[in-house]
Design a binder for this molecule. Structure first.
Ligand SMILES: NC(=O)c1ccc[n+]([C@@H]2O[C@H](COP(=O)([O-])OP(=O)(O)OC[C@H]3O[C@@H](n4cnc5c(N)ncnc54)[C@H](O)[C@@H]3O)[C@@H](O)[C@H]2O)c1
Length: 356
């Protein structure tokens, strides 16, 4: 058996819950070591990764070690650039959690450093590796929906972080909910429907929760000509409540049919009748949405980690979220902020500016 790949995990907070099973299921081909300065978290890290997992406090120690082959960065957003530049100069390939960085200028520095060092840069945009989200992509790519006219993507969550959390700081998060998590929807929109041509946006800050916006709405015109409406609501309890609504929702309308993904429900498709009918008040006879059956035995995070580890081992891998691609997701979110600041429609590409 060939040598196990050793991954240094930088950070051992909340999202380790999603990454850890990605590594434990690959225990025959890889092992991990974790850098987490907060010793209060060490017991939980051991619960996730086993009693024998090595834990250090300072991630620079991991970067200096020759036995560490690559790093998985699951740190607060403002540290993604610092850790990536340090990893690149230590010659370690990088997987970083979304969002790639706080703005495109930071993304560019990360891309350049990794290219210069000859190491790969991958972003864990887990939705692109999730079987239900992939099922919607397959429906769209089949062309069965005809010309795509409209996209609607939503993210709904009740987000209240403790007073001292980095998420409450605009500087640490890279803005608010749009940069932090609507980037899941922006990234998926680009993956499903191609690149964005222009963006307009408005958002709402709820100061009791965080400095950045808790609510945001983005309207985008796609290069294809389609329109897209994306929203994030970090103030709703709708998806958690009994008889509530949904956490994430992606809906696409084409000239020949439509399809959607809804969290907890799956992916559904409806091809319209060949003979379009004049609108009638009762269209229930039209035929319903059919569920696309998927194998959900592993999560998007687990699949992403599997592909990344395969790529590190020189095996055939399906990496669909490299740094160059994921930078464009950050660009759309940054353009949304510039639209809010200027009250104007922002056309892409945007000029990279330093974080202020
Ligand atoms: N894909 C998803 O659905 C999803 C969900 C949640 C979080 N995330 C992403 O995961 C990343 C981390 O978020 P989180 O929720 O785990 O945050 P968190 O606050 O729970 O964890 C961050 C951890 O980093 C540690 N840390 C801080 N500075 C460090 C340093 N210098 N060296 C090592 N560790 C350090 C902290 O002690 C903390 O344990 C972010 O990029 C976030 O956007 C993704």
């Amino acid at each position: 058996m060939s040598k196990k790949t050793k991954i240094g995990i930088l950070g051992g907070g909340g999202i380790l819950n999603a990454h850890a099973p990605g590594y434990t299921r690959l225990k025959d081909i890889c092992e991990v070591i974790v850098a987490e300065p907060d010793s209060n978290r060490h017991d939980h890290i051991r619960k996730l990764l086993g009693d024998n997992v090595e834990i250090v406090g300072d991630y620079t120690e991991l970067l200096e070690r020759e036995d560490v082959d690559a790093v998985d960065i699951i740190l607060p957003h403002y540290l993604h650039i610092t850790a990536t530049l340090a990893a690149a100069s230590a010659g370690k390939p990088v997987l970083t959690e979304k969002v790639m960085a706080r703005n495109v200028q930071e993304c560019d520095q990360m891309i350049e450093a990794c290219a210069k060092a000859g190491v790969s840069l991958t972003v864990c945009h887990d939705r692109r590796y999730d079987k239900d989200w992939q099922a919607l992509k397959n429906v769209i790519d089949s062309g069965e929906l005809g010309e795509i006219l409209f996209w609607k993507l939503e993210h709904n969550q009740n987000v209240i972080f403790p007073e001292n959390s980095w998420v409450r700081s605009r500087d640490n998060l890279g803005g608010g909910a749009i940069m932090s998590c609507l980037t899941h929807q922006i990234d998926s929109l680009r993956w499903y429907g191609g690149e964005v041509e222009s963006v307009t946006s408005m958002s709402k800050v709820e100061e009791s929760r965080m400095e950045g916006e808790s609510i945001g709405a983005v309207i985008a015109r796609m290069k294809s000509g389609a329109l897209a409406l994306l929203s994030i609501n970090w103030y709703t309890q709708s998806h958690e409540a009994p008889n509530g609504l949904w956490y994430e929702f992606n809906h696409v309308t084409g000239t020949k049919g439509e399809a959607y993904f809804m969290s907890g429900k799956g992916t559904f498709v409806k091809i319209h009748d060949n003979q379009p009918k004049v609108f009638e008040y009762d269209m229930r006879g039209e035929g319903g949405f059919a569920k696309v059956e998927t194998d959900n035995s592993i999560t998007g995070h687990q699949q992403c980690i599997e592909e990344w580890v395969k790529s590190l081992r020189g095996e055939k891998a399906e990496i669909v979220t490299d740094g160059t691609d994921s930078r464009k997701t950050v660009e759309v979110a940054e353009a949304a902020y510039r639209s809010e600041e200027t009250g104007k429609v922002i056309h892409l590409p945007i000029e990279p500016l330093p974080w202020k």
